[in-house]
Each structure stands twice: as C-alpha cells, then as structure tokens.
Design a binder for this molecule. Structure first.
Ligand SMILES: [Zn+2]
Length: 128
C-alpha cells in the first residue's frame, strides 16, 4: 500500500485515533479524509488540518468547548459509536465510506438540535 500522506509535514497515524481525551477516544469523533493532511470531526462536521501540528491539533479539538457540548448532544441522540468499541481494522476506503454515512446522519441531527434547541427529549423519538 502506498503512503496516504505523501506531501504532509506530519503524517497521519492511526494510533492517534485510539487515544482518549477526557475518557472519549479520538476515533469516536475523528475520521481521516482521503485528502492528505486533513481529518474530519463528525461532531462538528468540520475539517481538521493536522498537516502542520499533527496530533496536537486533534488533542486541542478534543477539548474545544463546542466540541464537548455537541458531542454530548449527539451522544444523547445516538449514532456515535461507543468510545470503547473496538477499532475495526477496515480498509481506508471503508473508513471513508463510514465517514460519509456518519456525517450525513449527524449533520441531520445537528440541524434538528439547532432548530429545536429549546425543546426536550419529547421530540427526539422521530430524529432518526
Ligand atoms: Zn469537533
């Protein structure tokens, strides 16, 4: 297999995803994109450029205030795999496919959460 990050200063390392910050594994919310130097937060639906600072960027993102509150909201609404779930050693392509699905689902949920920010769990049954 060829290197996926040919021109990136800090190359991506899959073990980064297994590290936990405040009890939450980075893999819970972070996915590697096909694009060199770019990962993706499925909680924020936002790209994370790790090119210049490597893992530090992911660690910083993990403790971001928005990240924290969004993560908790999403977790209440499921779809985020349990942090203790085993890392499946699937292919790069499979991971990217999984990302598309998660982003699609989570983006829909975040939109509904934004719209219904004052409402409570009574509305959650119909989210998925
Ligand atoms: Zn995020």
């Amino acid at each position: 297999m060829k290197n996926k990050d040919p021109d990136v200063k800090n190359k991506f390392h899959w073990p980064w995803l297994e590290e936990k910050v405040n009890g939450v594994a980075i893999q819970t919310w972070c996915r590697k994109l096909e694009q060199p130097g770019v990962a993706f937060c499925i909680v924020c639906c936002q790209k994370i450029m790790y090119d210049s600072n490597g893992k530090k960027v992911l660690l910083r993102h993990a403790v971001d205030k928005n990240q924290d509150s969004r993560y908790r909201l999403l977790k209440e609404n499921t779809t985020i795999p349990d942090a203790s779930a085993e890392v499946s050693r699937t292919s790069f392509v499979d991971r990217v496919e999984e990302l598309r699905v998660l982003v699609y689902i989570n983006y829909g949920i975040m939109k509904k959460i934004d719209q219904n920010s004052t409402k409570t769990s009574a509305t959650r049954g119909s989210l998925i």
